[in-house]
Write a protein that binds this ligand. Structure first.
Ligand SMILES: [Fe+2]
Length: 296
């Protein structure tokens, strides 16, 4: 018998009815995964690994292998945690779903990464709006083995706790940074542009689109610019930002953002598909298929 995630309530928002989950940390109910759950993992794992050959960053693939992730079965958090503890001191914790912002930041600030324990249903193989086990585990966890990226994630959590105490605008700025790096980031490697963002590596369509489509912009990483840039939650991104190395991320995020937030408050936000004069552009997108409305 499979266990269902505990939804506390549903919240009516401008994006429809959104489930609200308990913030409790839960033990991964590994023995309750059905054969179907393991089969969903296997299907997604095989498919994405095939697509990600030559597309995902070297570090992402290598680290999945270091963890021993395979299509055979849904990995056990406690086994992954042994590898993680030795490498970077991070720890995976099981959760029911999306957490309130401050709770999420606080976990990251303490090197705890919340992983949704349940996996999508077979009919959701190609798309699910909320993060599930496949997105969180396959997509986010591998890079936590990289010491520099691991430090960046913690710095981001600390920054989040701080921004929460500053203003809603500061939080918006910081959320855009997470979106365009942790979720949708590209990295320049010797062989060419590669994916490291979790939102991309866990999506079949976007893994190809972000690198090969002429539609989106591909732009060099710039912290302040990213913090001003709106994004898409209902379609592929109009713009992707390219880092040169993970060091670049941690260096950009070491300084205190407080003066930067004050500066950004005086500037207009940038639409998701715009190019800013003078910035490094790897590709100027054709904009094909872009919705005019709906940048958030
Ligand atoms: Fe995510």
């Amino acid at each position: 018998m499979s266990v269902e995630p505990r939804r506390v309530e549903n919240l009516q928002t401008d994006k429809g009815s959104v489930p609200v989950y308990t913030t409790a940390v839960v033990e991964q109910p590994w023995s309750s995964y059905s054969a179907g759950d393991h089969a969903t993992w296997a299907t997604l794992f095989r498919r994405q690994r095939e697509i990600l050959k030559g597309r995902a960053s070297r570090e992402f693939i290598d680290n999945q292998e270091r963890f021993g992730m395979t299509p055979e079965a849904i990995p056990r958090f406690d086994e992954l945690n042994e590898v993680l503890a030795r490498a970077t001191g991070w720890q995976l914790i099981g959760v029911e779903g999306l957490l309130p912002e401050l709770t999420f930041f606080d976990h990251l600030a303490h090197r705890r990464f919340p992983v949704t324990w349940w996996i999508r249903k077979p009919e959701q193989i190609d798309y699910i709006a909320e993060p599930d086990l496949f997105h969180d585990l396959f997509g986010h966890v591998p890079l936590l083995l990289n010491p520099v990226f691991a430090d960046y994630m913690q710095a981001y959590g600390c920054g989040g706790v701080k921004a929460h105490g500053i203003s809603a605008d500061a939080l918006t700025n910081l959320t855009r940074l997470y979106w365009y790096t942790v979720e949708f980031g590209l990295i320049r490697e010797d062989a060419g542009l590669r994916i490291y963002g979790s939102g991309i590596v866990s999506s079949k369509g976007e893994s190809i689109h972000c690198l090969e489509s002429p539609a989106p912009n591909r732009i060099g990483f710039d912290l302040a610019r990213i913090m001003r840039t709106r994004y898409r939650i209902d379609s592929y991104q109009k713009s992707y930002f390219v880092i040169d190395s993970f060091e670049q991320l941690i260096e950009a995020t070491l300084p205190d953002f407080t003066p930067l937030y004050a500066q950004l408050a005086a500037q207009a936000s940038i639409p998701a598909g715009d190019i800013v004069e003078g910035e490094k552009v790897y590709q100027r997108g054709t904009g094909e298929g872009w919705a005019v409305e709906g940048d958030v």
